[in-house]
Structure formats: C-alpha cells, structure tokens
Design a protein around this ligand. Structure first.
Ligand code: ATP
Ligand code: FE2
Length: 324
C-alpha cells in the first residue's frame, strides 16, 4: 500500500492506493485546496497553506489506514512551484523517517498520464495534457514520455485564469469562461498561433483582453476557447499522424472543459482513433494519482534515497525512464 502526497501548486491532497491480486484499488483520499482570496496563485501563500494543512490531512488519512500497512511514501517531486514542492518534500521525508518506509519521488505530469490510463483503459495513447502551468502533447517512445509539442509561453489554464481575473471573474477562471462561452456563438477573430508543433497563448490572451473592451464578454470567452482549443487539436492531429498511434487521451485540469473534449473527440472520430477522457476527479491535481504512480514505481523496485529527494521545479517527463 502506498501513500502519495500531491502539492505542486493549488491542490494539497493525500491519497492511498493498494494492489491486491493484480488489481489496484483506491483506499482513501483527503484534500484541502488552496483557493486564493483574490488574484491568482501566490507561490509563498500556497506553500504556507500547504504547511498549515498537511499535518491535519495526514492525521485524517491515518484514521482510515494504519501506518504499518503503508509500504512507501510517494510525493510529487516536480514540476511545480518551488516553495510548495519543498513543503511536500519535507513532510514526505519526515513521514518516511518516522515510519521507516522508503520514499518514491514522482513526476507530476506522468502521474496525470498514468492515472488516466488506469481509469480509462487506454493502452498507449497520444496524451493531450492541458493544465494550469503545462500544455503538452506526449507519447511513450523508447521508454520515455516524449513531448511532441508544447506551449512556448504560458500554460493554457494559466492563460484562461489570467483572462478571467482581468475581467473580474474569480480563480480558477477556466470553468467560469466555459459557462460564459456557452451563452454565445459569435466568433470574434483572435490570433491563432501554432509554430511547428508548438503553441503560444500569450498573444491570444492579450488580444482577448483587448477585445473585451468593445465586445460582450460571452463572445470573447467563446472565441478564446474556440481558438485555443483548435490550436491544441491541430497539433494533436499532427502528432497523431506522426506517431501513427490509434488512441488519444485528454488529461490535466483544463481537460474538464467539455468543448475542448468535444473538439478532440470529433478529430479522433474523423481519423478513426479511440478517444479517452478520465472522470473529472482524476483530471485535476489529486493525491491518488501520486500514490498510484508511486505504487507502480515501488513495485518495480524504484526508491528515492533521501539525498536524491530534493525538489525538481523544472522536472520534465522525459527525464524519467518508464520501467514499470
Ligand atoms: P499542473 O502542475 O499539471 O500544471 P495545475 O496546478 O495547473 O497542474 P490542474 O488541476 O491540473 O492544476 O489544472 C488547473 C487548471 O485547470 C486551472 O487553470 C483551471 O482554470 C483549469 N480548469 C479547470 N476546469 C476547467 C474547465 N472546465 N475549463 C477550462 N479550464 C479548466
Ligand atoms: Fe496538474
């Protein structure tokens, strides 16, 4: 049984996962999200939030599972906000020393992918990973998740959140933009920026903010979504052609958006490939995904010694060899 701690940004969450007779089971998950009072995520405040709540979350987990049932402590080692990652790593090291159980440092992006594969049954998908800080198209090649295309400036979720904030909507903005976009079907032209296999969202964001000065906000939300999601769909389609994969899976917090999901699923239908999207609770950051990947890694013998447990804010998925 593996306990996993997630805390790369807004979500502080502890999950416990077990494997029995080859079947993986979720045992419990307790979470306490950081929701900024105003503005976006402030790294130091988020870290302060995590350090104020981690002990209580662990206490609640240990009301449900006994400490000696735990075989390892998994934690999100990166990528993420340095101050947040350090709180999680410190708590994990302490727990590991206290319980005398090994540590397993987990890559947060790969955790999104692996829990998605587990929940949807996708076997070897092209992954469209769209979250706050990250927007990447990946596929497993020669034992590593390689990035075929990605944002060259901000993550899609962060662009949506920033737009929302500037027009007076509260954080996180993605779901609020989705609701407003449903009230419009009037397209306002906004810049579409795909460079080779890469994407850029900052020009789109600036133009959307300019457009809102003389257009109804619903129309701008609609257009912003149409352009950003079409960009992502185009790059995904080209990555599909390039890799010849026959599955596509959407993961990450922005994956909760039904219009994005619809565009990708239409593209997949046109190409005759299967499309997968995990349940909403696995799309955003959660402790269960860290416990789940930690368990897979633990079962093939991977351990993270204390002197290798430093946080890795710029942890890229291709840095990890997929040996599970
Ligand atoms: P990562 O470290 O993987 O980048 P994260 O900290 O950004 O993760 P996630 O939970 O994966 O966290 O994603 C959060 C993002 O998802 C936020 O930017 C939020 O606005 C966006 N989001 C959530 N729901 C929706 C939605 N329905 N439509 C669009 N965006 C959404
Ligand atoms: Fe995430």
């Amino acid at each position: 049984m593996v306990l996993g701690i997630e805390g790369t940004a807004w979500s502080l969450s502890v999950g416990v996962v077990r494997q029995e007779n080859g079947e993986t089971e979720e045992i419990c998950e307790v979470s306490h999200p950081y929701i900024p009072e105003k503005g976006g995520i402030h790294p130091r405040e988020a870290a302060q939030h995590h350090s104020s709540h981690i002990a209580d979350l662990l206490r609640r987990v240990f009301e449900k599972v006994s400490a000696d049932e735990i075989d390892a402590i998994a934690f999100s080692q990166g990528p993420g906000l340095g101050p947040c990652l350090r709180v999680v790593a410190t708590a994990s090291r302490t727990l590991s020393l206290l319980l005398k159980k090994p540590l397993v440092g987990v890559n947060h992006c790969i955790a999104h992918i692996e829990i998605g594969k587990w929940e949807t049954g996708a076997e070897n998908p092209l992954v469209v990973y769209a979250s706050g800080a990250n927007t990447q198209i990946l596929a497993l090649k020669q034992k590593r998740y390689r990035i075929f295309g990605e944002t060259i400036d901000v993550g899609l979720g962060n662009a949506l959140d920033k737009f929302a904030r500037e027009v007076g909507l509260s954080h996180p903005g993605g779901p609020k933009i989705e609701e407003l976009a449903k009230k419009s079907s009037k397209y306002i032209e906004l810049p579409y920026t795909v460079k080779g296999m890469d994407l850029a969202f900052s020009g789109l964001l600036t133009s959307a903010l300019r457009a809102v000065k003389n257009n109804p906000v619903e129309d701008v939300c609609f257009s912003l979504q149409e352009v950003a999601f079409a960009m992502l769909t185009e790059v995904s389609e080209r990555a599909l052609a390039h890799t010849s994969l026959d599955e596509v899976m959407l993961v990450g917090g922005v994956g909760a958006n039904d219009r994005l999901s619809e565009m990708l699923s239409i593209m997949c239908e046109d190409r005759g490939v299967s499309y997968y999207r995990p349940a909403k609770k696995y799309l955003g950051d959660n402790g269960t995904m860290i416990a789940y990947l930690g368990l897979k890694m633990f079962l093939v013998g991977i351990r993270t010694p204390l002197d290798e447990s430093s946080v890795i804010p710029g942890f890229r998925p291709e840095m990890v060899e997929v040996v599970w």
